[in-house]
Design a protein around this ligand. Sequence first.
Ligand code: PEP
Length: 248
Amino acid sequence: MSRRIVAAGNWKMNMTPAQARELMEKLIPLVKSDDKDVIFCVPAIDILPCLELAKGTNIKIGAQNMYYEDKGAYTGEISPVMLRAAGVEYVIIGHSERRGYFGETNEDINKKALKAFEHGITPIICCGESLEQRNQGITIDWIRQQIKTAFMGITDEQAKTAIIAYEPIWAIGTGQTATTEQAQEVCGAIRDCIAEIYDIPTAEAVRVLYGGSVNAKTAPDLFAQPDIDGGLVGGASLKEEFGDIVKA
Ligand code: PEP
């Protein structure tokens, strides 16, 4: 089964609205693609200007986080209703920085994923192990637990449209990309886990990305692996290099 490749950029907490406009203008001509989904996950304050500039291009705008309630007294949060009304189609859920710095649990991530689907936003659900866990040999068990909890209550039809990003914590922002074998092994295990929870057609439809210091050099081999359907890219998504990653 052929799955559409995804090249998703995670701008993290970078770019003022003016800088975001400048970066969009620089990247729009470089990331043109008919056969890949190109997604820029931008800071909340940049969503509107980026949506405006993305009109008529192949770029989709995503958020980096959202809350699991529609509205109310949740100071500082952004709701799926707001994102959807603005025109956002994707949201990163459970990035390891959210888990690590802001205490997000697998259960929070499940609630957010359910809410995103309820509002027609595609979640990019992140999972990944620490270096300690990898050294202990518990990577696959850990990832399976993250995936099983994240997908609780999600229907097979919804799961088919989900995007999962495998991001080993030790590879994020460190310049130390996982080897293609390491990345393929875990992405394959994620697909097997989805097949166990649902069935083979669901596992074959879901898109599994690798993230962690992806650059223009490492992207071609990584994206050629049978269970890797593209990348979630941090640092390199803020540079012209992202154009080369899209081409990979
Ligand atoms: C990320 O934060 O999702 C990420 C993969 O970052 P980087 O590419 O900078 O390692």
